[in-house]
Design a protein around this ligand. Structure first.
Ligand code: PLP
Length: 404
């Protein structure tokens, strides 16, 4: 990592968030932010869709291809040993990032979407029968809806949906009412990508465990903003994407409690997920390799490791404190604009802002903002919970200074 951002942090250790995170210096770590769009300095607010990459992540991937590109877990030559070490080091970094008990509880996948599909396919194949139920909430991303619909359709099971209130908070009593002896899995988002709502995952897990139901948490939007501690949450499975935490695309993580992962059948068959193969019988590899069939995205995994290093040096607490400040600033500023209606006002909220601009289509707003050099997510409604409103979503990136 370049000296800039890390030094900037230590200077502000005991001061306010603005001091702890010298945003102008952090911006220097992101080459893409140096450009102009339509002649204006780029302001990137579409972090909920994907984050930009610091130079250390870009360089880690490049170094792999320039210096030690080779396959992992199979060659005894030096390049392969180096690649295997870097790949497995990334697993340990993620283990610590999520505070998982063991590195073998970290499975590399393509992203949150694949992590959820893996659980639906592997856990669902073994444990879900006709008449069983999967319980989600009304604020889920499509990635945490459609895999369950596919599973339910195949198995004759039923998808149950816990409702949310007008603030965008899950109604806990309704969730508890939907938990029953037919529930086979609860799958909830930690932070809503549209509303910013932070779900009470610890309480959700406690309620589900009282019914012996395992819980999968979609952490795609939580990992960039909150310190995630899977042991503290006591969730059984946790999914996240690298590209939302400054890492490369095409790589993500499924954390799973070792006992649960061991009991799940494989997701895909192929190389690396086996310990021996014959035409009569195949013995599967131990976890996590049982779920990592074929040559993985080695370069991106190493890039993810570099992204974790980068976040650790900034300090997720510093990032969270600064984002909170930005969230309050932006919420107040937007609320004062006539015709703007905020969507998602949960009491526990991460830095995702959605709003509706009365009488103006989302695409028009997006076009006008783009002319100002501002990248944000603009789209009409597609989710089931907010059918009649036009959504405007912005995610405040922590490198965006509040004065700009
Ligand atoms: N879950 C949530 C809450 C998300 O916001 C997203 C992406 O925006 C996903 C899942 C899917 O993540 P990915 O596309 O990285 O698999």
């Amino acid at each position: 990592m370049k000296a800039g951002a890390a030094e900037a942090l230590s200077a502000g250790e005991h001061q306010g968030a603005e001091r702890a995170l010298d945003v102008e210096r952090v911006r220097e770590d992101f080459p893409i932010l140096k450009q102009k769009v339509h002649g204006k300095p780029l302001v990137y607010l579409d972090n909920a869709a994907t984050s930009q990459k610091p130079v250390t992540v870009i360089e880690a991937e490049e170094r792999f291809y320039r210096e030690y590109n080779s396959n992992i877990h199979r060659g005894v030559h030096q390049l392969s040993e180096r690649a295997t070490k870097a790949y497995e080091d990334a697993r340990v970094k993620i283990q610590h990032f999520l505070n998982a008990g063991e590195a073998r509880e970290i499975v590399f996948v393509r992203g949150t979407t694949e992590a959820i599909n893996l659980v639906a396919a592997a856990y669902g194949r073994k444990n879900v029968q006709a008449g069983d139920e999967i319980l989600i909430t009304a604020m889920e991303h499509h990635s945490n809806i459609v895999p369950w619909q596919i599973l339910c359709e195949e198995k004759g099971a039923r998808l149950r949906v816990a409702p949310v209130n007008d603030r965008g908070e899950m109604i806990f009593e309704e969730f508890e009412k939907l938990l029953n002896s037919r529930t086979r899995l609860v799958s909830v988002t930690h932070v809503s990508n549209v509303l910013g709502t932070i779900n009470p995952v610890r309480e959700i897990v406690e309620a589900a465990h009282r019914m012996n139901v395992p819980v999968l948490v979609d952490g795609a939007q939580a990992a960039p903003h909150l310190k995630v501690d899977v042991r503290e949450l006591d969730c059984d499975l946790y999914a996240m994407s690298s590209h939302k935490i400054f890492g490369p695309t095409g790589i993500g993580v499924l954390y799973g409690k070792a006992r649960l992962l061991e009991a799940m059948p494989p997701y895909q068959g192929g190389g690396d997920m086996i310990s021996s193969v014959s035409f009569e019988k195949t013995i599967y590899n131990v976890i996590p390799y049982k779920f990592e069939a074929g040559t993985p995205n080695i370069a991106a995994t190493i890039g993810l490791g570099a992204a974790i290093d980068y976040i650790n040096q900034l300090g997720l607490d510093n990032v969270a404190a600064y984002e909170h400040e930005l969230l309050e600033y932006a919420t107040e500023a937007l609320s004062g604009i006539p015709g703007v209606r905020m969507v998602g006002t949960a009491r526990q909220k991460a830095s995702v802002i959605s709003f509706v601009l009365d009488g103006i289509h989302a695409h028009d707003v997006g076009t006008v903002l783009d002319q100002e050099g501002i990248d944000s997510k603009c789209r009409p409604p597609r989710g089931p919970r907010w059918p009649s409103i036009i959504r405007r979503r912005r995610s405040t990136g922590w490198w965006r200074a509040s004065k700009r």
